[in-house]
Write a protein that binds this ligand. Structure first.
Ligand code: FRU
Length: 494
């Protein structure tokens, strides 16, 4: 008899040839076929990077969740591995939701949320319970003790149907697990649990919470330490905008402070938006063999149209390119991992002073990297148009007086609409950015239907999907007033 895992693998093998190539990316991880959302179990194990992800193998829309799996030696080239988890036990029959991974005594341990089904028909209830699976980097066995955090261990005061996305970690010989949920007033919360053996878990209560009603769950916790601080990554559903921040349908934030594991409380010092673009959610991090902290996120957004699934392309969803994280001036910084540089070909360099628009023949491409340093001589605004064609352009514009960087994808190609009416729904996002000695740097990774922008050496990032027509691949610089630029452009080859 074919198991649910074998069936999922067979389905993918049979369907991957039929996937429409039109919007496929070249160097971002995508499902071979089917739907992908959150990164899961992002970890360095057995000398390799492992990236699992929320997968629905049987369609290009969300459905009963499996864990897809890919591995890489350099974070650039990914190899697909067999599906790691399918919903096939009493504890997770409705789906295997997001979670994390760590190495314990040589084994690769996955902790995930099972959708446990109770009853059937109209009376059917779905509980979110926490489960474990153990593996060797290739195949994974679920614990017979699942769920290790059953519904009875969810404390009062939270919406019990929404307790998910375990972040598993170890400190001083104890295991800890952070779960995302919301309280009865609809404020997002993180719960903290601890265990000596991964099997028996004790709830330590609410470790961190939203201070305003966001109406949704604090999803997909991540936690790491850096420069003596504890950093929590949070994906709060429906977070309310604050000045220019958090205008996405669902935003993500880094909460920097101190986690007191004795008391089970997080003391917040400062919070920032992780990515000020459109398509960035549910980020996870790992520490690799070189001690680097690396982040990936789902490069898509809930409740917005996704051309690849709407037009029956047979797939949907991708991961961001992996980014290295560090703290600088008290803020989290991010840049693409340097491994991308091994794919650079055909370097083009130029310097110019101009006003109006400026371009050169080599400035085209849609699987490319572009690095520009602008220095304002007497300009009010300047920037770059990417994926430019007859009537299309994806614009990054810097307003010198306002000190604001604007990412405008209203004329990028297929119009992407969101369900929220704020800026993100209209195709424009803005972020505060200070020029340094009159200079602003912009670095772009382009991959056919995506752009990731890194500003001022990683101080800010803005990510978005775009769906230009074939042939819209020009890069044009513009300035309202006079600027000086220095640039480098590469084709990226894989
Ligand atoms: C976040 C999320 C998680 C959940 C998963 C389900 O994008 O909603 O909270 O585990 O997706 O696919």
């Amino acid at each position: 008899m074919e198991t649910p895992l074998q069936k999922a693998d067979r389905h993918i093998q049979e369907n991957k040839q039929n996937v429409n190539e039109r919007y496929r990316l070249r160097y971002h991880l995508m499902p071979e076929a089917g739907w992908m959302n959150d990164p899961n179990g992002f970890s360095f194990y057995g000398g390799k990077y492992h990236l699992f992800y929320q997968l629905h193998p049987y369609g290009s829309v969300w459905g009963p969740m499996h864990w897809g799996h890919a591995t890489s030696e350099d974070l650039v080239r990914w190899e697909h591995a067999p599906v790691a988890l399918a919903p096939d036990t009493d504890a997770d029959g409705g789906g295997c939701f997001s979670g994390t991974a760590m190495e314990v005594e040589g084994r690769h341990v996955l902790m995930y949320t099972g959708l446990q089904l109770e009853g059937d028909g109209d009376d059917r209830k779905v509980h979110q319970v926490q489960c474990l699976a153990f593996g060797d980097g290739k195949s994974y066995e679920k614990s017979l003790q699942n769920p290790v955090i059953p519904k009875e261990k969810i404390p009062e005061g939270v919406v019990k149907a929404d307790v998910r996305d375990p972040k598993l970690f170890e400190r001083n010989g104890m295991y800890y697990c952070i779960l995302g949920s919301k309280d009865l007033e609809q404020k997002g919360v993180f719960l903290l649990y601890r265990s000596a053996d991964l099997m028996e878990w004790e709830c330590m209560g609410t470790m961190d919470a939203a201070d305003e009603v966001n109406g949704g769950v604090w999803e997909c916790p991540d936690h790491f330490r850096m420069d003596g601080k504890d950093i929590l990554l949070v994906s709060p559903q429906f977070k309310k905008p604050e000045s220019l921040r958090y205008h996405n349908i669902h935003s993500t934030c880094a909460r920097i402070g101190t986690l007191d594991l004795e008391k089970g409380r997080f003391l917040l010092e400062q919070e920032e938006e992780i990515d000020a673009g459109f398509d960035f959610y549910a980020p996870q991090t790992l520490e690799d063999g070189q001690g680097r902290r690396i982040m990936v996120a789902w490069m898509q957004m809930w409740e917005r149209n996704m051309p690849s699934n709407e037009e029956k392309h047979g797939w949907a969803g991708a991961m961001t390119f992996p980014r290295i994280l560090w703290m600088q001036d008290g803020r989290l910084h991010q840049l693409p991992v340097p491994e991308i540089e091994s794919s650079r070909r055909n370097r083009y360099m130029a310097e110019a002073e101009f006003s109006g628009t400026w371009t050169q023949e080599p400035l085209r491409g849609n699987v490319s990297e572009l690095l520009v340093e602008f220095e304002t001589l007497e300009a009010e605004a300047f920037g770059v148009k990417l994926f430019a064609g007859q009537e299309e352009e994806t614009v990054f514009r810097y307003d010198v007086k306002e000190e604001v960087l604007i990412f405008d994808r209203r004329r990028s190609g297929i119009v992407l609409r969101g369900s929220r009416k704020e800026l993100a729904g209209s195709g424009v996002r803005r972020t505060q950015l200070k020029a340094r000695n009159g200079k602003v740097t912009m670095r772009f990774l382009l991959d056919r239907t995506s752009v990731e922008a890194f500003l001022n050496g990683g101080e800010k990032a803005m990510t978005g999907t775009v769906y230009p027509s074939e042939g819209s691949d020009r890069m044009v610089l513009f300035a309202e007033g006079k600027v000086k630029v220095r640039l480098e452009k590469y084709d990226l080859i894989f």
